[in-house]
Design a protein around this ligand. Sequence first.
Ligand SMILES: [Ca+2]
Length: 150
Amino acid sequence: MKNGKIVNGKAPEGNAQHKNTLMGKVLRLDVNNRDAGKQYAVPKDNPFAKGGGSPEISPMACAIPGDFLRPRRARELFLADVGQDSWEEVDIITKGGNYGWNIREGFDCFNPKDARKPPEQCPKVGAGGEPLIDPSSPTRTGAGGARIRK
Ligand SMILES: [Ca+2]
């Protein structure tokens, strides 16, 4: 679900790092079934299906998730994630993975209050203490959004 809320080059609210909001996340839903009061069911093996966060969340901390690709015969699911000032990313998605937005952008530190002044020390873990996952392929921002060649 878009997005980590980027306003004027800032992302001060940190929605992508909060487990109880759907913004800045990739949601995993079962659209062939319904849970009570919903138009979908939550897969029982989602990371927060039994508590600890919004049950729809699969991976989290994506800035502006875009294209997905699962190449034929590949086990990995790739996600293009549009960045802010410096990097756009292609990430290999894992359930419950924390992809770093809004405290890291690509491999770099990111200051959510002022993107032009990155902190010298990058956090290694997310707001919940989980390790941050680096992108498989960062690209410089400015190409109009990370794209996966299909
Ligand atoms: Ca990232």
